[in-house]
Design a binder for this molecule. Sequence first.
Ligand SMILES: NC(=O)c1ccc[n+]([C@@H]2O[C@H](COP(=O)([O-])OP(=O)(O)OC[C@H]3O[C@@H](n4cnc5c(N)ncnc54)[C@H](O)[C@@H]3O)[C@@H](O)[C@H]2O)c1
Ligand SMILES: O=C(O)C(=O)C[C@]1(C(=O)O)C=C[C@@H](O)C=C1
Length: 311
Amino acid sequence: MTSTMFEKIALVGIGLIGSSLARVIHREGLAGHVAISTRSETTLARARELGLGSSYAMDAKEAVGDADLVIVSVPVGSSGEVAEEIAPALKQGAILTDVGSTKASVIAQMQPHVPAGVHFIPGHPLAGTEKSGPDAGFAELFENRWCIFTPLPGTDPAALEKLSEFWRRCGSNIDTMDPQHHDMTLAIVSHLPHIIAYNIVGTADDLESVTKSEVIKYSASGFRDFTRLAASDPTMWRDVCLHNKDAILEMLARFSEDLASLQRAIRWSDGEKLFDLFTRTRAVRRSIIEAGQDIDVPDFGRQAVEHPAKG
Ligand SMILES: NC(=O)c1ccc[n+]([C@@H]2O[C@H](COP(=O)([O-])OP(=O)(O)OC[C@H]3O[C@@H](n4cnc5c(N)ncnc54)[C@H](O)[C@@H]3O)[C@@H](O)[C@H]2O)c1
Ligand SMILES: O=C(O)C(=O)C[C@]1(C(=O)O)C=C[C@@H](O)C=C1
């Protein structure tokens, strides 16, 4: 059953995340009006061609005027300038949220611009792909995925509950945590994997000149999985690295220590140590699958989910 939750929702930024939101809002009938704004004329024209909204504006202030819910879905490094731009046009009582992959930096950038009487609730859907732009989105993206809020002290519980209900209607499960904890957790489960993927694919690309295309010709599925992550949007991931610097550097230091220990085990033919580590990590993968967190979405080019019992 569908029922309208907001008279008007404004989506600022209409790439993978913004356009997925537009699609699920439409499918679930969550808004009477969806106003779309983005920085690039070409992207806005494409959003119009795709029929993602009810109105389209290059001027974000025009889009957010009268909106009950404003969702900012731009690279995290641009969240401050967007907040500054839209602040004067925000309606009293409106909920303002974002979807940025880092939280402390987004809060530091946006909060100073948020007018009194507007409920600013930072958020982050843990759902995405390596693709970007309005064509890449799909309504099912958020299904059975976590959406984490990092509410500020004094957040209105009713506004938080309304936003939580919105994300539940988009298919997500809700959790809340403080921004520092979010940034540390995401550094290990999301940011480091991307950095490692960028690095290994970069190394292989450097070797390419030596191996004369064998890297591409013989790339096995393990390497191909890395190339999917390493194909992710350069602007988005540059911003994530620059805006979660401390947590990423801390996790990279831990990672480098553990890698050195693994290197040592290989050098000294310490088979027991290798076997123990690989057994422990296999159990982690099984726990993720058993928790239902490894759900493939069509068109990701991902491998089929393996059955936990297969060993
Ligand atoms: N891609 C993912 O897997 C994923 C997952 C969860 C959260 N996020 C976060 O969501 C946000 C958007 O990511 P995406 O994947 O949708 O990116 P995207 O590149 O697909 O889309 C970004 C959109 O922002 C617009 N934009 C850029 N700068 C702008 C500005 N200054 N003013 C207005 N619009 C501007 C672009 O025109 C585009 O419409 C990022 O903060 C990212 O960290 C991404
Ligand atoms: O699956 C992917 O392709 C993603 O990169 C999604 C992913 C992730 O690391 O899980 C990437 C960044 C986000 O902030 C949230 C989700």
